[in-house]
Design a protein around this ligand. Structure first.
Ligand SMILES: C[S@@+](CC[C@H](N)C(=O)[O-])C[C@H]1O[C@@H](n2cnc3c(N)ncnc32)[C@H](O)[C@@H]1O
Ligand code: SF4
Length: 396
């Protein structure tokens, strides 16, 4: 099975300059693994490889497994208040001016990024400043912007789809599949019209007990969409005992109360037959649908069941995120952990990103994680970021 560095050859087919920047991102992530500096004098700013922009907290969908708007989503009760805190374009532009010299890779997500009113001008500015712009979207609002997206040279668009039409729509809402596909087709059409090689087009699928038996149908359908990549995300899950352990860890070590991890205690991992899932994913890989297929995390076939049935067993360790990444929230708060924005490092309205990632709170977080067993907190056990970038635990 392919590793996440297979994104580099995907980008190489598009543009050498883009591929070089993406390769540099993976190189810096590798460095973060090898040399996780914890001394407070180190310059962590220049080591940033990847910056996540959670551009908006607003969303037009209510996908059942989502940590923000799903069954246990943290935004369910506070979205209206939170959305008033969304940063204006000018604040983001200043932030971009700060990070632009690093020529790093960015990943825009949300909520739903197409609900941010200035998404298009923002991305245009980012591209002009030399950043690699990738956007993760539910795709439902994308179709009418396709011409401009291609013209503005976004590097990649990742559309979330969890199965073929009916099963997808049970999880993500009625009519979502067709709208998302209309968005994908519009980008493909525009690329042909403008003779453009990018944005690279990808689908991201979150595996749950509701869709895992039907992954093949989506893979078959995806043949028609001229994709570059399909990522199968084995999902972020937790359980009550891991949540309790994480609460204790964060309170004792970092004096922080948490509420984001509980949102992933959904039970959508329960009952997944690892053998069956592995064989379904294996079939998808073997059929050669004409695009790269990536599973995150790639697992030893015998261990797929462990991922879902034994959440306490680490499959990745030593998460490098605090040494090479930052996630900026819709209100300007900076965090290391994209899905668990409980521990705030600072806010870009008040401080430069350089001061934030080199600041006392960032240093304390790195030191705490580094000194913890396997370089992880309990809540890192099935975190998507750790699954993407963590060190493979022997045997898994
Ligand atoms: C929170 S969404 C935000 C972007 C956009 N609204 C979308 O759906 O693509 C980011 C990604 O997280 C995925 N996701 C949702 N719930 C998840 C879970 N429990 N585990 C892992 N990924 C999840 C979504 O499918 C999507 O690909
Ligand atoms: S579209 Fe994205 S942010 Fe919105 S509910 Fe679905 S997964 Fe969550």
């Amino acid at each position: 099975m392919k590793q996440n560095t297979s994104l580099v050859p995907v980008m190489l087919g598009k543009n050498f300059g883009l591929a070089a920047k993406v390769a540099n991102t993976f190189f810096k992530i590798g460095q973060a693994h090898l040399f996780p500096k914890v001394n407070s004098g180190a310059d962590h700013f220049k080591r940033l490889a990847l910056v996540y922009f959670k551009l908006t907290g607003a969303c037009n969908l209510r996908c059942v497994m989502c940590g923000q708007y799903g069954d246990k989503g943290v935004m369910n009760s506070c979205a209206a208040e939170e959305n008033k805190k969304t940063l204006p374009l000018e604040t983001w532009k200043k932030f971009i001016d700060d990070i632009a010299p690093l020529k790093l890779t960015t990943y825009i997500w949300g909520g739903e990024p197409f609900l941010y009113p200035d998404l298009l001008p923002l991305c245009k500015y980012m591209v002009q400043k030399g950043l690699v712009v990738s956007v993760n979207t539910n795709g439902t609002l994308m179709e009418r912007f396709a011409e401009q997206i291609v013209r503005d040279k976004w590097a990649a668009v990742f559309v979330s789809l969890d199965a073929f039409r009916d099963v997808n729509d049970e999880l993500r809402g009625k009519g979502v599949y067709d709208k998302a596909i209309a968005g994908i087709k519009a980008i493909d059409r525009e690329k042909k019209k403008q003779k453009a090689k990018y944005p690279a087009l990808g689908i991201v699928t979150v595996v749950t007990n509701k869709n895992y038996l039907y992954l093949d149908e989506l893979a078959q359908a995806s043949r028609e969409y001229n994709l570059d990549i399909h990522i199968y995300n084995l999902g972020t899950y937790t359980n009550s005992s891991i949540v309790a352990a994480q609460k204790k860890f964060m309170k004792e070590k970092l004096d922080t109360d948490i509420d984001c991890l509980e949102a992933y205690n959904t039970g959508y991992n329960l009952g997944i037959d690892g053998k069956k899932l592995h064989s379904i994913l294996g079939n998808v890989q073997n059929k050669n649908y004409g695009h790269t297929i990536l599973t995150v995390p790639t697992l030893n076939p015998e261990k797929t069941h462990t991922y879902y049935a034994e959440l306490e067993t680490p499959v990745r360790s030593r998460c490098p995120v605090p040494w090479c990444q930052a996630n900026v929230n819709y209100n300007g708060d900076v965090h290391f952990c994209a899905d668990y924005p409980d521990y705030i490092l600072g806010n870009i309205k008040e401080q430069s990103i350089k001061d934030i990632v080199n600041g006392e709170r960032a240093n304390l977080f790195r030191k705490t994680l580094h000194e913890s067993k396997d370089g992880m907190a309990p809540g890192c056990l099935r975190c998507y970021q750790n699954m993407l970038f963590g060190k493979k635990v022997k045997g898994y």
